[in-house]
Design a protein around this ligand. Structure first.
Ligand SMILES: [Zn+2]
Length: 304
């Protein structure tokens, strides 16, 4: 059976909070089997822990945030969550000196690097996946998202921006999970924003840490970052990265085929909520390595 993982050792980085603009230290610490994903605010006395759980999601505007019943928040968790999901880290403590995960370069790549530098350690306990057993679908205005049973984790995503810069790129992408495929094709895709929106966000005290180093900034007819895009279709790839991060909030990797049109954090949350509230639609399941296509090329980090 596939086993749970954690880190071999603790590792740290510093970065700016996209919305707060503050410098935050992030420390990733190994944790024992069945701990799950725990976020810990060490800027508070005493420190406060928030478990990554669907019931803790309180805000899906612009980013995914967790909040406890006393109003203690951790914002912008989706890109770190994507790195944890993509590298199959089941148990970890994420310590923060502020209320936000640093935005870094706007992708999951800096977190992937940190985890690979710390090393991945296999634990004795078996890993449990959320296995989709029947179709679940959510529609809202012209947007929709659905999950159906499958033998791997796949995402088939279409975005539909009529802005000339994004419309000139391929707006659909199909991703079939393997750790290697995640690292190579998804983890480096950056978040993006429109220059015209940044002033509006700033007036709401959001995006205070935004600059060309932490997002793709789109002007009227062009990309304003001096180095351009990392992939010709980086926008839709980043939407897949966001989905991988949001779908890992329950702390288990999914086995199922997901398809969406014009998705975002709110649509991801609505689908997750609908799946998890109906026990007929899913089960927690262990998988044998030999039974699962997702192990193809995963040995690069899993077999050590
Ligand atoms: Zn994102």
């Amino acid at each position: 059976m596939i086993k749970q993982s954690t880190l071999k050792k603790s590792i740290q980085c510093k970065g700016i909070g996209l919305h707060s603009g503050k410098i935050i230290t992030l420390t990733l610490r190994p944790a024992p089997e069945n701990t799950g994903i725990i976020y810990r605010r060490i800027d508070l006395v005493p420190p406060v822990e928030l478990a990554s759980h669907i019931d803790m999601i309180k805000n899906t505007n612009f980013c995914t945030s967790l909040e406890n019943k006393n109003g203690i928040k951790i914002s912008t968790i989706e890109h770190l969550s994507a790195a944890l999901s993509g590298l199959w880290i089941d148990n970890i403590v994420v310590e923060l000196t502020g209320s936000e995960i640093p935005i870094m370069d706007g992708s999951a790549w800096p977190f992937v690097n940190l985890i690979l530098r710390a090393g991945v350690k296999k634990l004795a306990y078996e890993k449990k996946f959320i296995h989709i057993k029947q179709l679940v679908r959510v529609e809202k205005e012209d947007k929709w998202i659905e999950a159906v049973p499958h033998d791997n984790f796949t995402l088939d995503v279409t975005i539909d921006f009529d802005h000339p810069v994004i419309a000139s790129t391929l707006q659909s992408y199909f991703f079939s999970f393997s750790i290697e495929n995640f690292i190579k094709n998804i983890s480096r895709a950056r978040t993006f924003g429109f220059l015209k929106d940044i002033d509006i966000l700033r007036s709401q005290k959001l995006a205070l840490g935004c600059n060309y180093n932490c997002a793709i900034v789109i002007g009227k007819n062009s990309i304003l970052n001096p180095n351009g895009l990392r992939f010709s279709n980086e926008f839709v790839r980043h939407k897949i990265l966001d989905a991988i991060g949001d779908f890992f909030i329950p702390g288990h990797n999914f086995i199922g085929a997901f398809k969406s049109f014009k998705p975002g954090h709110t649509m991801h949350y609505l689908l997750l909520k609908k799946i998890l509230k109906n026990k007929n639609t899913w089960e927690l399941k262990k998988f044998k390595k030999t039974n699962s296509k997702m192990y193809i090329n995963n040995d690069i980090i899993m077999d050590n």
